[in-house]
Design a protein around this ligand. Structure first.
Ligand SMILES: Cc1ncc(COP(=O)(O)O)c(C=O)c1O
Length: 422
């Protein structure tokens, strides 16, 4: 009888001591009714917050009709979602692949498409990147600790330095570096890869790696290198997509057109499991049987995603994200003037990172973890970069956060810093 054993001994992975019961907007409530502002939007996926009423209604109505049909059949929600995804994507992305189960399998599909299109094998990704946790995407992600336990890795992935200006790999400064971090990719292709590079996969703003916003011109330089060498440029917008940066996609903000965008997380609005690969016509050509997952194109999730896109497409919605994001950024920069342990405040829209440093300006991961832990006592759910191995607190509340709620979040952060990080 399993009832006698503690739940912690039955669940394979570690769970926190907090037991949550319900959520509404930016708040998650525990079993005792205590409210926490979720600064991480769940796993950065609740773009519209907990239980958005329009999403819940769309899912309820769809559940009454049809929860699932195999994705070879057409259904109304999937038809609507496909049309809407094409309408909101950069104009060169006109094809939608929905038969994926999340961000990782979307990224794997993008790699397969690039391989089929180019006839080449290899992949280039950035230091500190995170692209998922399947075997291929574990190998693609730019962190040694994620790969460390596994004896078998996928060959043919070259990791290159990321555009982290604050701690530049090449010890340069952004005003005079000539974008070495982009230009040197040519050397990596010529000397570190086999030369058979199918695609470069990049998060336009690093999500897990530390909320690193690339300098002006970086993504455009990647576009040029890809064009010169016939390489497919993939933007992993699993975190940056669906309004997070104040634009539907970060590609719109940077004015760079990738050949493929992968999207997941925020597409589900209030937590529906849905993901997509958006491609140009030239990338169409991977037959259905080569990349297809049972819950891809799920009808219930499609109803949620379609409604999410409808809401995020409303003209006032992205303006709201930009305005609240700017307000939050201003308040956090102000906070940094009083608390020198905040070494950098950076981000776009509602995707913000606070980099924490010790008294000598070096990354302070223990302090970052401590603050995230103690945040719960102050009614804040905080997550850190690089699965607790990094020194960045991620401030990415649901996009529906109001200015007053953003102020409350900052007030609580100030109390937390005053108590724990002077
Ligand atoms: C940028 C990025 N890509 C891909 C993934 C993987 O997505 P999923 O967990 O849905 O497979 C994540 C998840 O954290 C992510 O942050």
């Amino acid at each position: 009888m399993e009832g006698a054993r503690k739940i912690e001994d039955l669940i394979y992975y570690q769970v926190s001591e907090y037991k949550m019961r319900h959520g509404e907007g930016i708040h998650l409530y525990d079993a005792d009714g205590r409210a926490y502002i979720d600064c991480a939007s769940g796993t950065f996926n609740l773009s519209l917050g907990y239980g958005h009423p329009e999403i819940v209604k769309a899912m309820r109505e769809q559940a009454d009709l049809l929860v699932h049909a195999t994705s070879t059949f057409r259904t109304e929600p999937v038809d609507r979602l496909v049309r809407r995804l094409v309408a909101v994507s950069p104009p060169n992305l006109t094809r939608v692949h929905l038969k994926v189960s999340g961000g990782a399998t979307a990224n794997e599909g993008a790699v397969k498409m690039a391989q089929v299109r180019t006839g080449r094998r290899e992949v280039i990704t950035l230091f500190r990147s995170h692209h998922g946790q399947t075997v291929l995407t574990t190998a693609m992600s730019g962190e040694a600790f994620r790969r460390a336990p596994f004896p078998t890795l996928v060959a043919g992935i070259t990791h290159v330095p990321d555009p982290y200006c604050l701690r530049c790999f090449y010890r340069q400064s952004p005003d005079s570096c000539g974008l070495l971090c982009a230009e040197r990719i040519n050397d990596f292709i010529d000397h570190a890869s086999s030369g058979s590079v199918a695609c470069i996969v990049v998060e336009p703003v690093s999500g897990s790696g530390g909320n690193i916003v690339p300098p002006d011109g970086y993504l455009a330089a990647l576009r040029r290198i890809c064009d010169e060498r016939g390489i497919v440029l993939v933007f992993d917008e699993v975190q940056t997509g669906i309004g997070r940066t104040g634009h539907m996609f970060a590609a719109d903000h940077f004015g760079v057109r990738p050949d493929i965008i992968t999207t997941a997380k925020g597409l589900g609005g209030s937590g529906a499991q849905v993901a997509a690969i958006l491609t140009s016509e030239e990338l169409a050509g991977l037959d259905g049987e080569y990349h297809s997952f049972t819950y891809g194109g799920n009808v219930l999730a499609a109803a949620a995603a379609d409604k999410t896109l409808e809401i995020v497409s409303r003209p006032e919605f992205l303006a709201h994200v930009r305005a609240v994001g700017a307000h939050l950024m201003e308040r956090l920069r102000d906070l940094a003037t009083r608390y020198p342990r905040i070494g950098d405040v950076r981000g776009l829209g509602l995707m913000i990172g606070l980099e924490l440093v010790d008294r000598d300006g070096r990354p302070d991961t223990p302090l970052t973890l401590h603050l995230a832990h103690r945040g719960m006592d102050h009614g804040l759910i905080l997550r850190t970069s690089r699965y607790g191995r990094g020194n960045v607190l991620k401030i990415r509340p649901p996009l529906v956060i109001t200015t007053e709620e953003a102020d409350l979040l900052c007030d609580r952060l100030e109390t937390l810093f005053a108590a724990e990080a002077t």
